[in-house]
Each structure stands twice: as C-alpha cells, then as structure tokens.
Ligand binder design. Sequence first.
Ligand code: ZN
Length: 361
Amino acid sequence: MTQIICSPTKYIQGHGEIRKLGDYCSQLGATRAYAIIDPYIFSVYKKEITYSFEMNEMPLVMTEFKGECSSNQVNEIVAALGLKDAEVIIGIGGGKTLDTAKAVSHMSNLPVVIVPTVASTDAPCSALSVLYTDEGDFDCYLPLKRNPDLVIVDVDIIAKAPARLLVAGMGDALSTFYEARACRESGAITHAGGTSTIAALSLARACLDTLLAEGETALKDVKQGITSPAVEHIIEANIYLSGIGFESGGLAAAHAIHNGLTLHEECRNTLHGEKVAFATIVQLVLEKAPYEEIDQVIDFCKKIGLPVTLKDLGITNKDIDQLMTVAEASCSKDSPIWNMPIEIQALDVLEAILAADARGQ
Ligand SMILES: [Zn+2]
C-alpha cells in the first residue's frame, strides 16, 4: 500500500509577518509578484505590503478580490497575468481569495504564497481549491498540482478577526483526529493520494490535544485582544495541524454529514466549522465511541460556543423528512462517509443525528 503525506513547502507563523512578504517572495527567487487581496486587508495593510516589496526592489501588482472564486474569474486573472510577467502569485485574505490565488497559480504554473487572514478553516495549506459559479453556488473541487510553496500566518491580523471565526476554525479542526483515526482503521485513500502515515495521524492527534488544552483560553484571550501563546497554538492547530491532518490523514463521516447539513435550509447561517463540530459528535455516535469520549467533545464545544444540538445549528423544526434528506446526502456516491471502517446506511446517520442531538441537550 502506498502511503503519502503532503504539506506546504514552508509554513511561517509570527507577529507582523505581513511586513515581510517582500523578503519571503524574494527568498523564493521571484523578481515580480502579483497579489490578490481581500478589499478590507487591502484598505488596512496596503502601505505595509507595498513597502516590503519596495525594500526588495520587486515590482508588485495588487488586485482586490471581488466577486466569486469561479472559473471565469480565475481565467480572467490568468489572462491578465500574461501581460504583467509575474513570477509568483500571492493570495492574502479569506478562503475564497486564497482558493482563487491557488487556482491561478495552478493554471499558470507559478509558485503561490498563501497568507490567510482568518483561521476559520483548515484549507490554506492544502492542494485543493473550491470553485463556485459566478452566482456563488458550489461548482466543483479543483485538485491542484501541488501544495502552496509558502503559507505565511500573521497572528496579529488573525487575532483581530471576529472571535466566531477562530471558534469555527476550532470546529473544523475538532473533527480532524477522529476522521484520520477512522481512515487509518479502514485503510482509506486520503486527499494526498495514498493511505495515511504515522506522521499525519500524529499531527491530527496533536491538533486535538492542543484544542482541548488551550482552546478555551485562546478564545478568552482573543476576546480581550491578547495574542497569547494559547492564541498562537490554536492558530497553528486550526491552519497547520488540521490542514495536514485532514489532507493526509483523511476525511470521513464528520465532513460527509457536514456536506449533508449544507442542504438544510435552516443551517444556512452557520459556518463550515460549526456544522463540522456537530457532525463530529454524530460521527462518534455512529462509531459507538465510549461515552467519555463523546462527552469530552460535547463539553469542549459547549465551553467555546460550538453547536451541540440541532437547535444550536438553527434547526428548530425537527422535520424527519428534511433530516433524512441530510442523512441521504451524507451517503451520496463520492461521500467521504465510505472511508469509515464500519458499514453505514442513511438510516444509521439519521438515528445518529437524533442521538447526538439528544446527548447534546
Ligand atoms: Zn473542513
């Protein structure tokens, strides 16, 4: 069996890193850069970013990310790039900005530097972009040739983002170990293209241990505007440990059930990581995990404000038909639910959702 682990070539995390972007791009050997930036970050940090490239005498073209991470948008940027002669693509912002930068780098065969400004999911380190239609509906997953060349995390910027985003990132990171454990047991093929490794499972375990030990403190600290070691550790867990953990450790029932939940009208206002947190409890119920393990996850979620019941997710009417639609979608053809080491049917998922909800209450 072929085992594969992948990761960004380099991961950098620290204070004020946004002011060193020019240095890092220069170290990659690039002489011209093209950056796609979230409008808010552009308005606040434009000066710092420009200055760091000027210091390296590197021409930088900056474009504000507008609209959607769609094929049209990506193709437009790739076409514009041809005229600018860029040697490195930089994405600075949230998920869609980063996915656009990754897709542009993939299409134009250029290295990419990823600068996440929120820690709400574990997507930044992965070799995957999610494409949407121009109207904002899900279009397709675009598997990339390689992981980002550099991921640069400025903890000062991330700590200033709304606390709910950091909490959602902890929800996304919470599932990582349990899904990786399930894949290890079943021998599933992960996103990395092979079976799991000791390394990926260890990082997933470290991710969970960090969340349980420091998640609550980190949340308290960011709310007070303090970038403490706990905040730094949670940012590393959300972005790096969970990033390698999910891509090379594998996804399983938690993300499958998350995908099903996206179809439920009443879940519309919950974030990715919030749905994943509840779906993690559902996975543990499906696996018949020991009650102590399930309760440890529920307690953690309650402490930091992640959903543990259907009501917390916004689902107030427990219409069985609607929940069955969620369960059936979780068991669709290409769902990661088939990575579980046990046999599962839609009815099992429905029962586990209701049981998780009852236990959460
Ligand atoms: Zn996720």
